[in-house]
Design a protein around this ligand. Structure first.
Ligand SMILES: Cc1cc2nc3c(=O)[nH]c(=O)nc-3n(C[C@H](O)[C@H](O)[C@H](O)COP(=O)(O)O)c2cc1C
Length: 191
């Protein structure tokens, strides 16, 4: 069954074009898309710290990444540290991390719509992020999102290229969607 072309076009590549750039308008568009994500009670917990390649902010975010992620994310046009605000004037924001996840997917899909690619990473030092950027105590770092232009897989080493070119897999619908009772597939034809 086909899904919307925008959803079908999204994936998390590691081969990024080292010369690829993202325009200020594109960056604003992806954050604007994130801004319009739904959130519990419209509490809007998602926050973003943005660095474009060649700037000190990019270098600081890049330095937080795990060695494995640094191996490819250096070619990102922008690195976006995505955080959850956990408090507002009324107290604790409900389900802040869920809200950031929704905002992140909006961001990623807008990037695809802009002709870019986006790859989320949990592999970075969150405590160091807190220290380097003097994050307030109520802010919880979540993922760094690499945004850039798709590059050629030949840019990657053998191991990463093999992963890049491997078929993408998902659990079958029968393992994730049930009806009647838990475990009873909601859809008869399995994929
Ligand atoms: C919360 C989260 C954390 C992730 N962390 C990393 C990471 O540190 N490094 C990495 O290369 N990919 C990371 N990914 C990308 C996933 O591996 C990828 O989304 C998954 O394998 C499905 O592939 P697809 O996005 O191409 O469909 C992360 C994705 C999410 C949503």
């Amino acid at each position: 069954m086909s899904i919307h072309p925008l959803l079908a076009a999204r994936w998390s590549p590691r081969a990024l074009d080292p010369a690829g750039e993202v325009t200020p308008a594109q960056l604003e568009a992806v954050i604007e898309a994130a801004r319009w994500a739904p959130s519990n009670g419209n509490t809007q917990p998602a926050r973003f710290l943005i660095g474009t390649r060649g700037t000190p902010t990019f270098e600081s975010i890049f330095a937080l990444l795990s060695t494995r992620n640094q191996g490819w994310a250096h070619a990102a046009a922008a690195l976006i540290l995505t955080c959850a605000e956990t408090e507002n004037r009324k107290g604790a924001i409900p389900m802040p991390e869920y809200g950031v996840g929704l905002a992140a997917e909006n961001l990623v899909l807008q990037a695809v719509a802009e002709g870019l690619v986006a790859h989320q990473m949990a592999g970075f030092d969150k405590e160091e992020a807190r220290a380097v950027f003097s994050l307030p105590a109520s802010i919880r770092p979540q993922v760094v999102i690499a945004v850039g232009k798709l590059g050629d897989p030949s840019l990657l080493d053998d191991e990463r290229r093999a992963k890049e070119e491997a078929p993408r897999r998902r659990l079958p619908l029968s393992e994730i969607a049930f009806t009647g009772e838990w475990g009873n597939p909601a859809f008869s034809a399995d994929r």
